[in-house]
Design a protein around this ligand. Structure first.
Ligand code: HEM
Length: 502
C-alpha cells in the first residue's frame, strides 16, 4: 500500500518537474525564437535578476552596458521576457513618437490593496493618469518655481550654516548625503504641506520623520520595492506596498492635520500641493460609484509621491556632484569663479531663480553628474499595441525598458564616458535632451513632472555651498552604491573635507 502511494507521489513529482522544465525552456527561449539578442543565460525563477539585493541596479545596468552594445536586447525579469533599449532612435519611438503603444508603466499597480502606491502619478494608469497630470502640472509654472526658489535659497542658507557649525568649527569631514536629505525634506515640507520646518536647524521635523521612514532601504523594503518595479506578479501575490506602512500612516496624519487646521483657521497657502489637491478634488471626474474614498486616496497618493520623488533623486545628484567636484579641483575653481562673478554683477548675496538659470557652468556640472549617475537607470513602459521597428516586433504586454545608463555611456556620443567632464554640456539647456542621448528625467508625456523643481533645488544648494566652501575628497573615487535601493544612492557615507573660502 505504502509503496503504491510513494510511487504515485514520485510520478506526480516527476510529471511536475518535467512540465516545469518544458515551461521554463519555452519561456526562456522567447527572445532567441524572435531573433532578438539574448545576452545572458537566465536562471530559474529569477531570470536575469539573480544579482538582486547583492548588487545595486546601477551596478548591474552598468555591467550590461559595458558588455552588450546591441541596439536592444532581450532579458527575463523572473519569467517575463523584457526588452532593454540601448538605442536613442528606438527610445524616441517608445517614449514619444509611438506613445500610443506605450502609455503605461509596467510596474505593479495593486489598486485595492495599496491605494497610495497605485494612485500616485508615477504608477497610476490611464484614464486617471491624464486627468491627474493635467491637474497637477500648474504646480510647476515659472511663477511658482520662482517662489519655491526663494524658499530653497533660504533652506540652502541654513545648510551652509549647519556645515559651518557642525563640521568646519569641529574640523570634521562632512557626509553630504544626510545633509542634502534634510535640505530637500525641509523644502518639500513647505511645497507640499505649506509648513515651515527645519530638520537642518532642529535635527527633527514631521517631514524628516517621514523621509527617514520612506527612504530606509532595509533588505525587505528594498526587495518589496524591487518586486513592484521589476516582478509585478510577485508583488501582486505577496501584496507588496509602494510606501512603507509607517510612512503611509504619517503622510495621512500630516495631510489631514494640515487640512483640518486650514478649515479651522480659514488660512490657506496658495502655492502648496495640499491647496492644489483640495481644489482638484472638487474638479475630478471620477466614476460615480467611486465615492469620496477614491478622491481622498488620490490626494494622499500625490502628496506621498512628491515626497519620494523630490527627496532621494535631488539629494543623490547633489551628493555625487559634490563628490566629483572634490575630485576635480580645476572644475571646482571654474564653477566658483562663475558663481562669484554672477554675485558680484548682481550686487546681492544670493542669486535668484533667473540668475541661477543663466549660469552655464553650473548647469553643465549638474547635467554631467546626471549623465554619469542617473538616479533612475531604466525607464519602464508596457507595450499595449503590437509595435514594429526595423526587424523588431514588440508584442502587446511586453515590458520595455529604455536603458538611460546605456544611452548615457555611449562612447560615440560621450567619449570616455567614465570620466566626469562638465564641458560636454557647456551649452546645454534644461530642455535639451541632446537628440535623446540625455534622459535623466525621462521623456515624452510621462517625463518627470518635477524636473524644473529638482533642477532649481540642486542649483540653489550648489551655488551657495560653492560660494562659501572649497571641497576636497576624503573617500575613494569609486562610490559603492546601495544594493537594496532601486534608485541610485551611495551605500556608505561619502566623506568630504571642507574649507571655508576667505
Ligand atoms: C534630480 C531630480 C530628479 C530626477 C533625476 C528624476 C527622475 C525621474 C524619472 C527618470 C522619471 C520617469 C520619467 C519617465 O518615465 O519618462 C520621473 C518621474 C516622476 N518624477 Fe522625477 N526626478 C527628479 C525630481 C523630481 C521631483 C523634484 C519631483 C516632485 C516634486 C518628482 C516627481 C516625479 C513624478 C510625480 C514622476 C511621475 C511622472 C508621471 O508618470 O507622470 N521628480 N522622475
Amino acid at each position: 500500500m505504502l509503496t503504491a502511494i510513494t510511487q504515485s507521489l514520485l510520478a506526480v513529482i516527476i510529471i511536475c518537474l518535467t512540465a516545469f522544465y518544458f515551461f521554463s525552456k519555452h519561456r526562456y527561449g522567447y527572445w532567441k525564437k524572435r531573433g532578438v539578442p539574448q545576452v545572458e543565460e537566465p536562471v530559474l525563477f529569477l531570470g536575469n535578476l539573480s544579482f538582486l539585493m547583492r548588487k545595486s541596479f546601477f551596478d548591474a545596468v552598468y555591467d550590461w552596458t559595458k558588455k552588450y552594445k546591441d541596439e536592444y536586447f532581450g532579458m527575463y525579469f523572473g519569467w517575463t521576457p523584457a526588452l532593454i533599449v540601448n538605442n536613442s532612435e528606438l527610445a524616441k519611438h517608445v517614449l514619444v513618437k509611438d506613445y500610443d503603444s506605450f502609455q503605461n508603466r509596467f510596474s505593479y499597480s495593486g489598486l485595492d490593496d495599496d491605494p497610495l502606491g497605485s494612485l500616485n502619478l508615477f504608477s497610476v494608469k490611464n484614464p486617471i493618469w491624464t486627468q491627474m497630470r493635467n491637474e497637477i502640472s500648474p504646480m510647476f509654472t515659472s511663477a511658482r518655481l520662482k517662489g519655491f526658489a526663494n524658499l530653497m535659497n533660504s533652506n540652502s542658507a541654513e545648510l551652509v550654516r549647519k556645515v559651518q557649525t557642525d563640521f568646519i568649527d569641529n574640523n570634521e569631514p562632512v557626509d553630504f548625503k544626510k545633509l542634502f536629505l534634510m535640505y530637500t525634506s525641509d523644502t518639500v515640507a513647505y511645497t507640499v504641506f505649506g509648513i515651515r520646518v527645519s530638520a537642518l536647524k532642529e535635527g527633527m521635523s514631521p517631514l524628516w520623520y517621514i523621509t527617514c521612514n520612506m527612504l530606509k532601504w532595509s533588505f525587505w523594503r528594498g526587495l518589496e520595492f524591487t518586486m513592484i518595479f521589476f516582478m509585478p506578479v510577485i508583488a501582486a501575490i505577496f501584496k507588496f506596498k509602494f510606501f512603507s506602512k509607517e510612512a503611509t500612516e504619517y503622510v495621512k496624519k500630516l495631510f489631514w492635520d494640515v487640512v483640518n487646521e486650514r478649515k479651522k483657521t480659514g488660512l490657506t497657502n496658495d502655492t502648496d500641493l495640499v491647496n492644489l489637491l483640495l481644489k482638484l478634488k472638487d474638479n475630478l471626474k471620477l466614476p460615480a460609484e467611486s465615492g469620496t474614498e477614491l478622491a481622498d486616496n488620490l490626494m494622499l497618493a500625490q502628496a506621498a509621491v512628491f515626497i519620494l520623488g523630490s527627496i532621494e533623486t535631488s539629494s543623490t545628484t547633489l551628493s555625487y556632484c559634490i563628490h566629483e567636484l572634490s575630485h576635480h579641483p580645476e572644475q571646482q575653481e571654474k564653477l566658483y569663479q562663475e558663481v562669484s562673478k554672477a554675485l558680484k554683477e548682481s550686487g546681492k548675496d544670493i542669486l535668484d531663480y533667473n540668475e541661477l538659470l543663466e549660469l552655464k557652468y553650473l548647469t553643465a556640472c549638474i547635467h554631467e553628474t546626471l549623465r554619469k549617475y542617473p538616479p533612475v537607470q531604466l525607464l519602464d513602459r508596457a507595450c499595449n499595441n503590437t509595435f514594429k521597428w526595423k526587424d523588431l516586433t514588440i508584442e502587446s504586454g511586453t515590458p520595455v525598458y529604455v536603458n538611460i545608463l546605456g544611452i548615457h555611456y555611449d562612447e560615440e556620443k560621450y567619449p570616455q564616458p567614465d570620466e566626469w567632464r562638465p564641458e560636454r554640456f557647456i551649452n546645454s539647456s534644461d530642455n535639451d535632451n541632446h537628440d535623446f542621448s540625455f534622459l535623466p528625467f525621462g521623456e515624452g508625456p510621462r517625463f518627470c513632472i518635477g524636473k524644473r523643481y529638482g533642477m532649481t533645488q540642486i542649483r540653489c544648494a550648489l551655488a551657495q555651498l560653492i560660494t562659501k566652501y572649497r571641497f576636497e575628497s576624503d573617500s575613494e573615487y569609486k562610490v559603492v552604491s546601495d544594493p537594496y535601493s532601486v534608485l541610485l544612492t551611495p551605500k556608505y557615507d561619502t566623506k568630504t573635507k571642507i574649507f571655508a573660502r576667505s
